[in-house]
Design a protein around this ligand. Structure first.
Ligand SMILES: *Cc1c(COP(=O)(O)O)cnc(C)c1O
Length: 402
């Protein structure tokens, strides 16, 4: 069988990446320092108006450093979105902190502002320890303010940032914005990643643009970025010899990979248009099918549509769920995936506090990510839709009006 494999989201080079990589070779800047890094960071700052940016070797590293900048210490509470990729919350554990998970709302699938406020209050009045006794073994003082709030813009859809920022201001808690999946997404005209005190991007291989592996830390506050740069380069003091007063990390992006990032930044607007077009294609082809629901952009929310995700309700599809669809697509070399499994039901976070209802779990029960790579052809898209309809046994005549 030589059917072409259709990936969920594969790297899509713009054309100039190799030129910039070659520049690094010609100048012998193969190290985690050099012109590509500066250019890549400048491009990020210019594109997002974030003030200052630091290129790192992963989004996870950026989140880790972000939490350190916000002074997360062992035993500190950090409010996290449950519905996310584990990398949003794992760095809290690296620091010995206690992630307090919050449910999603149905408009954006991101952090529910009401559940967020309840979680903050439970931390501050200490009632969190009565509800989740497992944390009693980890800390002595239960009643304290969370050190940070980490909202996520899942699949590129901006979270309800006005409500979240209002709550953050009300309680004076800094926001570390996980915009790993939302490079180029906007909320009321402002780029995601620039709302919180610190923002994080990922350039992992499957993201909307990639450096094969990489990430960035964004902040209006230059001292945050300077400190992050220091910590990301082993906390080496500015002396001739190797002097260290603190424990640092090796988290800087390589100048070679920054060359890829430089090229990718040139095509980012085009990539967003392509992903949005793919979303529209799916919506037109599948939006009218009973039991298939798309995530709409609420007023003021502009999604980069990194992945097009739908909810599949087996009660309305005649028993077909995402499991069946993923298997059916895989038989034709098409990759699809379920949504992220919420963190509060993961074994790795067993016993962690959770505030909210069952929205995140319901999304996981029904959510399906469709192949959304910007390099997909019209033919690829037709193939996915045909297979999907075949699985759902949709006959053209039976489609309900869109
Ligand atoms: C990809 C991703 C990360 C981690 O980024 P890496 O570059 O893979 O380390 C963090 N949070 C979310 C929501 C992500 O999707």
């Amino acid at each position: 069988m030589n059917t072409k494999k259709i990936w969920l989201s594969s790297p899509h080079m713009g054309g100039n990446e190799e030129k910039y990589i070659n520049e690094a070779f010609e100048l012998n800047w193969i190290a985690p320092v050099g012109g590509n890094l500066n250019q890549f960071e400048e491009a990020l700052v210019k594109y997002t108006a974030c003030g200052h940016a630091l290129a790192l070797n992963s989004g996870t590293a950026a989140l880790h450093l972000g939490l350190i900048l916000l002074d997360v210490q062992p035993g500190d509470y950090v409010i996290c979105q449950s519905m996310t990729f584990c990398a949003s919350a794992n760095p809290v554990k690296y620091l010995g902190g206690i992630p307090v998970f919050v449910d999603s709302e149905t408009d954006t699938w991101n952090m529910c502002p009401e559940a967020l406020e309840r979680a903050i209050q439970a931390c501050m009045d200490g009632s969190i320890a009565e509800k989740f006794p497992e944390i009693k073994g980890q800390i002595q003082i239960f009643a304290k303010k969370p050190k940070a709030i980490v909202p996520v813009h899942l699949y590129g859809m901006p979270a309800k940032m006005k409500e979240i920022m209002d709550i953050a201001k009300k309680y004076d808690i800094p926001v570390l914005e996980d915009a790993a999946e939302a490079v180029g997404s906007e909320y009321h005209g402002q780029k995601c990643g620039t709302f919180g005190e610190i923002g994080v991007f990922s350039f992992n291989g499957n993201k909307i643009i990639t450096t094969s592996g990489g990430g960035a830390l964004l902040s209006q506050n230059k001292s945050h970025i300077d400190r992050a740069k220091f910590l990301a380069t082993q906390a080496k003091e500015n002396t001739l010899h190797y002097e260290h007063k603190e424990i640092g990390f090796n988290y800087r992006l390589s100048n070679v990979l920054a060359g890829i990032g430089r090229g990718q930044m040139e095509v980012l607007p085009e990539r967003i248009q392509q992903r949005r077009k793919i979303h529209n294609f799916y919506w037109e082809a599948l939006g009218g099918i009973e039991g298939i629901t798309f995530l709409k952009e609420p007023e003021g929310h502009f999604s980069n549509r990194w992945l097009t995700c739908v909810l599949v309700d087996p009660e309305k599809t005649g028993g077909v769920g995402w499991n069946d669809i993923i298997q059916h697509l895989a038989e034709d070399q098409i990759e699809a995936r379920p949504l992220w499994k919420p963190m509060h039901v993961q074994e790795s976070f067993a016993g962690a506090p959770y505030y909210g209802g069952d929205i995140a779990e319901k999304l996981f029960d029904q959510g399906l990510c469709l192949p959304s790579g910007s390099n997909m052809t019209g033919e690829d898209l037709e193939r996915v839709v045909m297979r999907l309809k075949d699985c759902l046994e949709v006959k053209e005549g039976l489609r309900k009006a869109v």
